[in-house]
Each structure stands twice: as C-alpha cells, then as structure tokens.
Ligand binder design. Sequence first.
Ligand SMILES: Cc1cc2nc3c(=O)[nH]c(=O)nc-3n(C[C@H](O)[C@H](O)[C@H](O)COP(=O)(O)OP(=O)(O)OC[C@H]3O[C@@H](n4cnc5c(N)ncnc54)[C@H](O)[C@@H]3O)c2cc1C
Length: 389
Amino acid sequence: MSIMLPDLSRPPLTLLTEEEQMFRDTVRQFAAEHVAPLVAPMDQAAHMEPDLVRQLFELGVMGIEVPDAMGGAGSSFFTAVLVVEELSRVDPSVAVLVDVQNTLVNNCMLRFGGAELKQRFLPRLCTDTVGAYALSEAGSGSDAFALQTRAVESGDEWVLDGRKLWITNGAEAGLFIIFANAAPEQGYRGITAFVVERDTPGFTVGKKEDKLGIRASSTVELIMDQCRVPAANVLGEVGRGYKIAIETLNEGRIGIGAQMLGLAQGALDHTVRYVQEREQFGRRIGDFQGVQFQLAQMRVEVEATRLLVYNAARLKDAGEPFLEEAAIAKLFSSQAAQRIASLAIDLFGGYGFTREYPVEKLYRDSKIGTIYEGTSNMQLQTIAKYMMR
Ligand SMILES: Cc1cc2nc3c(=O)[nH]c(=O)nc-3n(C[C@H](O)[C@H](O)[C@H](O)COP(=O)(O)OP(=O)(O)OC[C@H]3O[C@@H](n4cnc5c(N)ncnc54)[C@H](O)[C@@H]3O)c2cc1C
C-alpha cells in the first residue's frame, strides 16, 4: 500500500517555515519579557520608551526585508507580518512602530529607492533610525492625492512647503518619507516622494496628538517651511509619488491586518485566563456553557482573521495579485478586533471596564484599525471595485 505524502510545495497558510517559527518565538519571548511590563505605563504617559526602541533594533526587527548586506534580516514580508502580530498581542502601539518601519518606510526604499539612496539610508533604518511615512494632511485623508504640500525645484535642491498631520513615529523618527506635489497643475501626477532627515533646515516636528488608543505610538504634525531637500533625496521619479503611495499602502494595510489580528489574539488570551480564575455562583465562570460559547465565537473570528491576513501576505510574497485580499483582510481584521476586544470586556465584567486589567486598553486600541491606512469605507470601495470589473 502506498503512503500519500502531503504536497508541501503548497503548504497550508498557517504552517510556518523554520525561519518564520524562529522569528515568531524570539519576538514572543521578547514581548513577554521586555514589552509587557511597559504596556500600561507607556499607555498612561502616552510615551514610547526610547530604550525599548533601541532593543527593537537590537532584536533585528526594524529591517526584516532589508538584505543582510545592508544590515537587515533578509527575510520576507510574511515574516514582518508575523512580527507585527506577535508584538500586537502584547502592545499594538509597539507593533505599529515596527509595522510602519518595515511595511511602509523600508518597503518604499527597497522598492523605489536608487542604489545610492538605499546605501545611504537602509543601513541606518536597520540599526538606529526610526522612519515615518507622511502622506496625510488636515484636508486630505481618504482623498490623499488632494495633498497641498508643495515642492519647488531650486538648483540641486527641492524646497518643500506645507504641513502633514497624523504622522505615526514622528516623535521618534530620524527620517521621514514626505509626499509633496511638484507640479500641482498636473494633479496627482505631480506628487513626488522625498526622503527628509529630521535635522533638515525648515523641517519641524509639531504637536503630538492626545489619542483614544495606541497612545504610546506617537502621532504628530510635521511642518515644512522652506525646507530644503537635496535633489538626491527624491525617492523614485519626480511625479511618480502617487504610485509609490498606492503600492506601499496596498502592502502596508496587510500589516495593519496583522496588528488587529495580534490585538484580537491578545484579548482572547487574557479572557481565557480570566474566566478560569473568576468565580460566580460557586463555579469558575469559564465552566458555564454560555461563556464557553462566547469564547468559541471569539476563537473562530481570530482564526478567520489569521487566514485572511496570512493569505494576503503570502500572496504578496509569491508575487501574485493581492490587492483585493489585502483590503478584505484589513476590513475584516479591524472589525473582528473591535468585536473581540468588546466581548473581552463583557467577560471581564466590571473589572474589564477599568484600567487595572489589559482588555480596556486593547478595546481602545482596536478603534484605530478601521481608520488608518484606508478607512473601512475605502476598503469596501476597493472590494466593490474588484466585484464590478
Ligand atoms: C493614529 C493615527 C495614525 C496615523 N498615521 C498616519 C501615518 O503614519 N501617515 C499618514 O500619512 N497618515 C496617517 N494617518 C492618517 C490616516 O491614514 C487618515 O486619518 C485616514 O486615511 C482617514 O482620513 P481622514 O482622517 O482625513 O478622514 P476622512 O477622509 O475625512 O474620512 C472621514 C469619514 O468619511 C468617510 N469617507 C471619506 N470619503 C468617502 C467616500 N468617498 N465614500 C465613503 N466614505 C467616505 C471615511 O470612510 C470616514 O468614515 C493616521 C491617522 C491616525 C488617526
């Protein structure tokens, strides 16, 4: 009788390679030992501990897809997604710092930067420099290409004028990818991406937002007032910034899916532990079938989220079309994370409503998933567009 061996040329989505497992386990341990003790104080102070950021560089998670030769880990997009998921289980604020670095900033550089830009900036991004990605403005969010920041060529420099709003990592960042319009008469075809260093004359980091959730993650305003950027710092081609923005955000939103996945898993983990300790009516509340069914429902939603996020990430790594899958993963993961974090609070009862237990924070953090890197309506628009083709 012949034995049927599984066809591992198409492995199941959730089966991890040795390298993926190694990353996941290392980050899981790091998050438990080094992130967990800081979660509540950093949330309360709305502050990211600088030493934790230094440790993230040491851990090797700030340049996951960057080749070894430039100081990165030379790994895959899927690995970046796994790292974001693991960090988010413990703190979605720390996770988004790593997410923006990998899926937006490094990604932009790797895909669109010339050899000279890559050599100048990628080694720093892997070792000690946090990056930020600045597209949004006060008047242009969903309608991102209506941005008003202008770039005017002046000799071998570009002069940037305008303001960016909502920029994640802005307080910590040493390097910013800034989108500005170099030819407004050409509409979105004038949008150009620039690499701007923090100490560039005319560049200022403005006020920091006081937020509902992911409070330790900085969200800032950026001000460019006659900010002079060397022509060599144009990322990609002049007038092709819209393409860079679309393509990086298409990928980046899978990272946000991973953030919401980790958050949901974290909320479920806390809840499973709690219901096995808390007693009412002389029994552990987890012994009640009604509670078990609620936990099972949460588990199903986490699993569905994981499959959607992993599938989108693996499609991207395989060079297959993934835009619709990425939009579905981002939409569903952010909705599921809100439902799961909300149910977690219900199952913690009154304690869940306090800052003494971690689910209250995860509930607040879950709200951001439906807003950044394309609101839920924008994801629905993308999904509908594919259906109507
Ligand atoms: C914490 C945080 C961090 C962020 N980090 C970054 C960052 O690092 N870099 C960056 O560039 N940006 C960042 N953003 C900005 C974020 O991407 C935008 O907030 C988001 O794209 C939504 O834009 P908006 O806030 O202007 O909302 P709006 O675009 O004004 O949307 C308001 C509402 O109108 C709906 N809406 C708008 N247009 C339509 C339409 N055509 N059809 C149906 N509904 C519509 C939206 O879905 C939403 O519900 C961040 C935002 C936050 C809150």
